[in-house]
Design a protein around this ligand. Structure first.
Ligand code: 5GP
Ligand code: ZN
Length: 117
């Protein structure tokens, strides 16, 4: 995708603080970190969002899930981390290239969805 910022980052055309790269995925620090560790893992293939995944992405998605705990630990998340995938308008997605946020490295994060009392 020519005009996708995360495609450009994954291709190295837009600078980022790289965490990891292989043939299929790219990980880089979020420009506005929400915690001491906050990076994103994206497929190099342009997939708009989690709402757009298909059966052909099964292996890619599986590999991403397996990679996340390894990268999280390497980045200093020794006592857990949070993964977030915002999807679509209601999900608050801002960049329409599938990405997993990996967040942690500090205090226990607040409950993401407030529990009813
Ligand atoms: P979303 O709301 O779509 O799940 O998250 C998009 C994230 O991408 C945001 O946390 C935002 O800070 C981050 N972001 C947006 N543009 C850039 C960029 O050009 N470089 C980096 N490193 N992060 C970005
Ligand atoms: Zn893209």
């Amino acid at each position: 995708m020519d005009n996708c910022i995360f495609c450009k980052i994954a291709r190295g055309e837009v600078p980022s603080k790289k965490v990891y790269e292989d043939a299929d995925v790219f990980a880089f620090h979020d420009i506005h970190p929400a915690a001491p560790v906050h990076f994103m893992l994206v497929p190099k293939l342009h997939v708009g969002s989690l709402a757009d995944v298909e059966d052909k992405h099964r292996g890619l998605l599986g590999n991403m899930m397996l990679l996340i705990p390894r990268l999280a630990k390497e980045q200093g998340c020794t006592d857990g981390f949070r993964t977030v995938i915002n999807t679509g308008h209601v999900g608050g997605q801002e960049v329409y290239h599938l990405h997993v946020h990996i967040i942690g490295g500090g205090e226990r994060l607040p409950a993401m969805i407030p529990r009813p009392r």
